[in-house]
Design a protein around this ligand. Structure first.
Ligand SMILES: [Zn+2]
Length: 175
């Protein structure tokens, strides 16, 4: 899970919390005003574009050994109208759900894109834009699950689909 720094604009208390990217704390633990401001996710501030991209490699490098995960993320981004390039990187801390198109950062967008995204996330407040899973993606995950565990063919399929939506459609993408 990403770490987030918070600062209270009322009493200047600062602290760090570990939580999913869809969580936005509002209430200051010190003065109890709803005046917390979430700062940049850790590790993103104060780096150059080159430093930000260095070592992250291509999407294929990032998802090495997790091809299905990569396919899932790319398919979800495409469904939202964005076609990730192999030169993009994917930053789960910037995504509201797995494969959120806004979690993809292009080399030309670079750090400016990351900053804009962080500003958007901060401005969006506590209600994340839930991105629904496309039925064909749910269906393909359902078939994969059954292939891995044939017993699942005998459970209530509607509940199985719902559990897939709960797991993959949930904005909290960190494992
Ligand atoms: Zn405070």
């Amino acid at each position: 899970m990403p770490m987030y720094d918070y600062q209270c604009s009322h009493c200047d208390t600062t602290f760090t919390e570990l939580h999913g990217s869809d969580v936005f704390l509002k209430d200051c633990p010190a003065c109890e005003h709803a005046t917390l401001e979430r700062q940049f996710p850790r590790g993103i501030k104060a780096v150059t574009d080159r430093e930000y991209f260095r070592g992250k490699g291509t999407l294929a490098d990032q998802f090495a050994g997790q091809e299905r995960e990569l396919e899932f993320c790319v398919a979800n981004a495409q469904r939202q109208g964005y076609r990730p390039s192999i030169h993009d990187i994917y930053d789960p801390g910037l995504a509201l759900c797995k494969g959120d198109k806004d979690g993809f950062i292009s080399p030309t967008g670079g750090r400016a894109q990351v900053k804009r995204r962080v500003a958007e996330l901060t401005a969006e407040g506590p209600i994340p834009k839930a991105v629904k899973l496309a039925p064909d993606i749910i269906e393909s995950i359902r078939r994969d699950r059954i292939a891995e565990n044939p017993d699942l063919a005998h459970v209530n399929q509607r509940e199985l689909r719902e559990s897939i939506v709960d797991k993959h459609g949930n904005p909290d993408i960190e494992e």
